[in-house]
Design a protein around this ligand. Sequence first.
Ligand code: NI
Length: 259
Amino acid sequence: MEQPVSLAPEQVAFYREKGYLSIPSLMPKDEVERVREIYDRLFAARTGRETGDQFDLAGTDEEGVEAKLPQILGPSRFAPELLEGQYRVNLAHAVKQLLGPEGAVGGDHMIFKPARIGAETPWHQDQAYWDPDYDYNSLSVWIPLQEATVENGCMWFVPGSHRLEIHPHHSIGHDPRVHGLEVEGADVSTAVACPLPPGGATFHHCKTLHYTGANKSDIDRRAYIVGAGVPATKRAIPYDFYWNRIKQTAREARAAGRG
Ligand code: NI
């Protein structure tokens, strides 16, 4: 293994102030190709479908309906070779730079935006999906496996939004059968797009407002995402994330063996 990619002090300061960071290179080129092969294999094989680990993030996810935003949770459980490579060394190092010595790399997921039909991922804060009993200092590392552009669905962020509270959210289209969430009443007028070359990365805090557009291009947009954080702390008064309590998705039914 080589020396890890190291963030400059200005980049660490930028992340702390703005709640996101974009870097042109995290995963070496040969590893991008290797991960892309694994990625395509897992989606083609519908890996995790029966257990609720593969589902449509933006639709009602019924059998026989083409997914507009297919997602796989925890793909490294199905393909442990994803946990190998220089990019993992780079990731672990960058996470400690951003979160301190307790910062540890966590679980992964894959979000696929098929050419021409891939749906937008509406504005949201990741923490709105999580356990309302806890506060988090966590981040997501978003790695495109081809160029990511405004046209094919690169990441957008609202700088400084990680300093805000969690906004109310609802299921996309106000349909509780849809897993994906959309924020209500947030100001996104200062949003910044972050196009990236293949193997580049964005880092964003779990409260940072973010969005990706629909894929209007002729190439598939593949994003591999890895989480990281320090241990969560229990809140004295839990949040009320009612939008998760009223959700009734086909994915949950499959996970519970009711699908
Ligand atoms: Ni997100």
